[in-house]
Design a protein around this ligand. Sequence first.
Ligand SMILES: Cc1cc2nc3c(=O)[nH]c(=O)nc-3n(C[C@H](O)[C@H](O)[C@H](O)COP(=O)(O)O)c2cc1C
Length: 349
Amino acid sequence: MEYYYAPMQGLTTALYRHIHHEFFPGTDQYYTPFLAAHQTLNFKQKEIRDILPENTRQVPTIPQVLGNKADQVAWAVAEIARYGYREINFNLGCSMPTVAKRGKGAGFLKDPDLLDRFFDAFFENLEREYDLSADGKSGEKGCGGVVKTVFGQEECGGGAPENLSQKRNTIRFTVKTRIGTMDAFRADDLIQVYNRYPISLLIIHPRTAKDLYGNTPDLETFGKMLEESAHPVCYNGDLCIEKDLEELMTRFPQLERVMIGRGLLRNPALVRELQGGEKLTEEETMRFHTRLYREYLEIYPDSRQVVDKMKGLWTYHGSWFKGKEKELKAIRKSRTAQEYEAAVARLYG
Ligand SMILES: Cc1cc2nc3c(=O)[nH]c(=O)nc-3n(C[C@H](O)[C@H](O)[C@H](O)COP(=O)(O)O)c2cc1C
């Protein structure tokens, strides 16, 4: 089984991914929150920082792009590839109303014909510049000409990154999708569209955009998409404890990859536990958060921004701490670095 850390805007920053990978090795790939492809053909500084090789080099990172215009998304892919990435993910799963209402992310899924025309133009554009490795072996280890890392180095025998120019023309394009915008009636049409294009991996979060994070994942539709897909499939959605994965694997034993988001925010050692390793300890959480907090303080000039960032994480991570509601509430209410540090000290006290 391969484990991928889901992208989560505002939470899984380059720094978070780096420190998580150091403390809890075992996650095979980390997806960045989306970089938006606009008509300005410019990324924000914040987006660029998130994929700068010096910020991500130690971590197997897959940048993600959001957009709905073929030329803009092709520009974004080429721009990201300039940093040396050889695998890029396309976001067809974002359910945020501001995104979905503009026909992007999961909002793009309401019209499979439009999506088909988009891919047609997009791949025509992309194929002029790159070989699309549609071998379907995401993260394949070993040689055989398969690009393993996202930095263009085939990691056979390790060593320094190879001459990028030799590999410039190979790229793997993957898709992260929901099953529809308002409903899943056209999930089958979506799969037929995906099947027509050189997509290396299809990550399916079986909810509609309308669901946001409510309802339960629609495993029946997922099963049909899995069966129909010409591409390798990765499951994503609501995997929080070992039992969730066991149940999923009982139903879909052919799955070889899962992506986990909130489950890993709640329990950063979840992958280790799923692999049969040690359970997360309170002391580990303390060291992990202290390190993250200190390093954020070095990056952000305003410590209140850091407190806000940390509070975002505690929203999820707090649920791991049973019976400490009062202490967690104090963390949530803290506004200054002093208040935050005092509240965290009380939690661990
Ligand atoms: C706060 C937050 C931000 C997210 N940002 C992104 C994003 O940038 N790109 C994306 O594809 N999905 C994003 N997602 C969706 C997750 O990647 C994932 O698909 C979803 O949380 C379901 O998986 P889970 O149940 O394991 O968390 C976000 C989810 C949350 C909760």
